[in-house]
Write a protein of this length. Structure first.
Length: 198
């Protein structure tokens, strides 16, 4: 039974660590979604191509007005200039929020890695249920789970550095929210911790 308890404790530790990683990633993606929802035009304005493209467009229309000064072209140039100024002002005013946005590729990578972590958590949940103290498991069964745990853990460990890079500097406010979510989800495992410590 001691062997079984020890493995349960190992799984509990894995649940704690990985649930926090999963919840932080979810909160990070939620913040990105919230900012994009709040500022509907932010997808265009935050793009790195927008400002250079605006300057090129302004340059072309300005040259066109010099070659053939037609009133509509001048109006078109002024209108384009107003839009460019608006974009620059908007980017400056909301620069802090724009800085928090996650680019499309990184967002896809985060989701892909979170799927791996989520699958690992699902497997941990299955194992801890199988090892419940009401069942006394044989050594062979425990060793099978321990071997599988090692394999699955290695998959998650192999992406930890990438996840860390994608998350960037940890935001303390988001971390608190993530920890609260993780605590709620981990509450159902408290009976295993209690049994282990007694």
């Amino acid at each position: 039974m001691q062997e079984q308890k020890k493995l349960i404790q190992t799984i509990i530790e894995e649940l704690k660590v990985n649930q926090s990683i999963l919840e932080y990633g979810r909160v990070l993606l939620d913040r990105d979604k919230e900012i994009r929802s709040k500022y509907k035009w932010i997808n265009i304005i935050e793009s790195k191509i927008t400002i250079p493209a605006s300057f090129v467009f302004e340059g072309i229309t300005f040259v066109a007005t010099l070659c053939k000064p037609i009133a509509p072209l001048i109006i078109f140039t002024v209108f384009g200039l107003i839009i460019l100024v608006f974009i620059l002002v908007f980017r400056y005013k909301y620069r802090e929020d724009i800085k928090l946005l996650i680019n499309k590729k990184d967002k896809e990578d985060i989701k892909k890695h979170l799927d791996i972590v989520n699958n690992y958590l699902f497997q941990l949940d299955k194992w801890i249920t199988d090892l419940d103290y009401i069942h006394k498991r044989e050594s062979a069964y425990i060793n099978d789970i321990r071997s599988s745990l090692k394999i699955e853990k290695n998959k998650v460990v192999s992406i930890e550095n990438t996840i860390s890079e994608l998350y960037g500097k940890i935001d303390s406010e988001l971390e608190i929210i993530a920890q609260n979510h993780a605590s709620e989800r981990l509450a159902k495992y408290s009976k295993y911790v209690y049994e282990q410590e007694s």
